[in-house]
Structures are given as structure tokens and as C-alpha cells.
Design a protein around this ligand. Structure first.
Ligand code: ATP
Ligand code: MG
Length: 397
């Protein structure tokens, strides 16, 4: 017997009231895009979703589905009619197939269709008895079974499953609107992006790139990071902003210990322009309090001074080790630790100001009009749509 469909249970979506369909439709389109397989169909109902495999392999789909935000859990299921003999036969076959190594099982029936003539107790016995009679080594253990067969009796059909796989939780990517993610090549910002995606935020990634100080491989690294994030349910547009002339100008214009503060302020101004252009609502960074000079509260205040846009910092209270653990889990760690420097590392002064004063950096910047440079950088920004096939990315480089 082959599983022919997957039953998907919603997580937090199920606490939503009137606009629930907005969330379920978003999740449905995320799943469809991710699976990218014409034979697979997705049907979103009010309290659950069905993915019809139509011959596709459950294991392949499962690998992708575990990452999709908004899913509480999912199970591969077999559908039968309400005919008891048919249910029993399917149950026997499923238990035989799913039992690997163990010897005990139990049947757990849920009766959504209250008009069904047998109650759950009787159904458990009928189905369990049939399995026992037709197998040799199996016994029933209701407290601690090796395998639980879940039988769900609904009006339209009966669904049987032996396996429940935990989903990623959270909300469907894109359901909460869009934000601009400042994506460096480091460990933190991809994790920050992942956490926001998990809360339903669609990401427009922005990366500041300073050739020839930073290499094409540093750029490829950021493309790979953004691409790795797309498996959490959404498409990502990556905006690569040419930043060389701005960094050189800051270097000439601003005293060395304030160059980092000023660089971050200009990044913020450009990100805010891209936010406006893309209809995004906030800016996300990978900052974590006290991690480096630019991440003191004084520093964040001086950087934040250039905009009223909400700046979201999902990692602000996280420890580096915890961030690294998430990075490993989501598959960005090994890309992030590749040794290609991003623009900030290269221009970082020996002794950046850890407690910069906003008035001072404003004063240093006041000798030059950065607006034309900012406009130019925004105009020359290159945008890449992800996920993309390898060949297409190579063409871009
Ligand atoms: P990360 O690990 O994300 O690089 P970090 O610990 O290196 O962070 P900083 O270099 O102070 O910290 O950068 C703080 C944040 O500023 C980053 O998390 C990222 O959101 C943003 N940022 C830094 N450099 C760039 C860049 N070249 N392009 C886009 N965003 C950047
Ligand atoms: Mg960094």
C-alpha cells in the first residue's frame, strides 16, 4: 500500500478567526512553489490541508515539508470509505508496513463524524482485533506502544496513518507582510532572516557589496545564503547594492573611529529607500546586544537616528552559541563561515567608537551631501530572484 496523500495540521493559524483563509492560502501557495511538481495537488480546507501525491514520493516531499513555516505537524495518510472491512484491511496493511523492529501497537480512533454507528472504543477493538488475528508477533500496548495507528472517521471518508512528523511551527511566510533584511555574509543575519520568515514575514534581502575590496566569491556566498533561506517557504529577492564609492567617501570624510557608525547609517538610509520601493514595512538586522562595537545601545541609537522605520532585531538578546546552533539547524552555518570577507570587515577601523555620539556623527557627515551617492547606489542596485537554478546564478556573476 502506498500513501496517496499527506494530511497537514495547522499550527498557530488555527487560532485565527475571520481572516484564517488568508493564512491558509498563503501556506498553500508557499507549499506549491516549494514542491514545484505539477502532479502534486494541494487543497487547503478550513482546519487542515491535504497534499495529493499522485505518485510522487512521500519521502521527497517530507524532506521539504519539514521546513515550511505554519505547519504544526503532518502525516502521510491512506484514505478509505466508511466501510468497516475496507478500514480493517487498510489498517492491517499499514501496520505491517510501518512496524519496523517493534512488536506492540495501539489503535487510536477519532470520530469527527458523530453519526457513524460505532463509537471509538468499539472501533479500536474491531480494528485492533483484526490486526492481531492476522499477524503473528504483534500485541496491543495502550500505554507505551511501538506504533500508534491513528484512524480518523470523517463524513466523507476514513483516514489512516501510522506516522506524525513535527512541522516547523510559526506562521506561513509572507502572511505578515514584507521586511527588508540586511544580509551580510556573517552568521547572524541569515538566522535573523529565518526567524522573521518563521513569523510570517516575507524577506527582501539587501546586501552591500564593495568590489574590488570584496570578491565575487563573497557575493556568491550571500546569494547562497539567501537561496538557503528560500526553503523556509518563500521567494526572496536579493538586492545587491554597489557600496564601494560610499565606503571610500566615508573613509575620506569621517574620522576613523566614526567610520563604522557612519557606514551603518548610510546602509540604513539605502535600506530604507529599498524598503519604500518594495512596499516593505520594516528593516531587519542580525544585531545582538554587545556582540561587537556597532552593537552597543549607544551605537544602535546613533545608527537608528537616520530613520523612523521600525528596525527589528530578532537576535538582540541571543547568545552567539545559540545563534550558531540555529544556523547549523537551518543550513546556513557552513556557508557563513566560508572565509570571504564582506565590505564591513575590510573597512573596519582598528578602534571603532563603542559609544558613538549621534550629534558627532551628524556633524562629521554634514560636510558632504550623501544624497546623490545614495541615489546612485539605489539606481545601480542589482536584483536577483531566488530560488534560482545554478546556471542562472553563474550567468549573473
Ligand atoms: P552578521 O553575522 O550578520 O554579519 P555581525 O555580528 O558581523 O553580523 P555587524 O558586522 O556589526 O555584525 O553587522 C550587524 C548587522 O548589520 C548584520 O547582522 C547585518 O544585518 C548588517 N550588515 C552588516 N554588513 C552588511 C552588509 N555588507 N550588507 C548587508 N547588511 C550588513
Ligand atoms: Mg558581519
Amino acid at each position: 500500500m502506498k500513501y496517496d496523500r499527506i494530511l497537514v495540521r495547522y499550527g498557530e493559524i488555527s487560532t485565527k478567526g475571520r481572516n484564517r483563509s488568508k493564512f491558509t492560502n498563503k501556506m498553500k501557495s508557499n507549499i506549491k512553489r516549494l514542491l514545484a511538481d505539477d502532479q502534486i495537488q494541494v487543497e487547503a480546507q478550513r482546519d487542515r490541508m491535504f497534499i495529493y501525491l499522485n505518485g510522487a514520493s512521500f519521502d521527497d516531499v517530507k524532506e521539504k515539508l519539514v521546513h515550511v513555516s505554519g505547519i504544526q505537524s503532518f502525516s502521510p495518510v491512506v484514505k478509505t470509505s466508511q466501510e468497516l472491512d475496507e478500514v480493517k484491511a487498510a489498517a492491517l496493511e499499514l501496520v505491517k508496513k510501518a512496524m519496523s523492529g517493534g512488536t506492540t501497537f495501539k489503535v487510536e480512533t477519532r470520530r469527527a463524524d458523530k453519526t457513524f454507528p460505532l463509537d471509538t472504543h468499539t472501533l479500536n477493538h474491531e480494528i485492533g482485533g483484526h490486526v492481531l488475528r492476522n499477524t503473528e508477533q504483534l500485541t496491543v500496548d495502550v500505554r507505551n506502544p511501538d506504533l500508534t495507528l491513528v484512524v480518523e472517521v470523517r463524513k466523507e471518508a476514513v483516514y489512516l496513518s501510522c506516522e506524525t512528523i513535527a512541522g516547523a511551527g510559526g506562521m506561513p511566510a509572507g502572511a505578515a507582510g514584507k521586511a527588508v533584511l540586511l544580509l551580510s555574509g556573517g552568521l547572524d543575519s541569515p538566522v535573523a532572516g529565518y526567524l522573521m520568515m518563521k513569523r510570517g514575514v516575507e524577506i527582501e534581502a539587501v546586501h552591500f557589496f564593495s568590489p574590488p575590496y570584496t570578491s565575487e566569491r563573497a557575493k556568491q556566498k550571500v546569494i547562497d545564503l539567501a537561496d538557503a533561506l528560500t526553503k523556509y517557504g518563500g521567494q526572496i529577492r536579493l538586492h545587491i547594492v554597489p557600496f564601494t564609492s560610499i565606503q571610500e567617501t566615508i573613509h575620506k570624510q569621517v574620522p576613523e573611529n566614526y567610520t563604522m557608525t557612519s557606514t551603518r547609517r548610510i546602509m540604513m538610509r539605502i535600506a530604507d529607500r529599498i524598503r519604500e520601493q518594495t512596499g516593505s514595512l520594516a528593516i531587519v538586522t542580525g544585531e545582538s546586544l554587545g556582540q561587537v562595537a556597532s552593537q552597543t545601545m549607544e551605537s544602535m541609537a546613533a545608527i537608528n537616528d537616520v530613520t523612523n522605520t521600525p528596525v527589528l532585531r530578532p537576535l538582540i538578546a541571543s547568545d552567539k552559541l545559540d545563534i550558531m546552533e540555529i544556523a547549523r539547524k537551518i543550513g546556513t552555518h557552513d556557508i557563513s563561515i566560508l572565509p570571504f570577507e564582506d565590505c564591513c570587515t575590510i573597512f573596519t577601523p582598528a578602534a571603532p567608537k563603542t559609544r558613538p555620539k549621534t550629534e558627532k556623527v551628524q556633524y562629521f557627515e554634514s560636510f558632504l551631501d550623501f544624497n546623490p551617492l545614495i541615489e546612485q547606489a539605489v539606481r545601480d542596485t542589482e536584483t536577483i530572484m531566488l530560488p534560482k537554478k545554478e546556471a542562472e546564478i553563474e550567468d549573473l556573476l
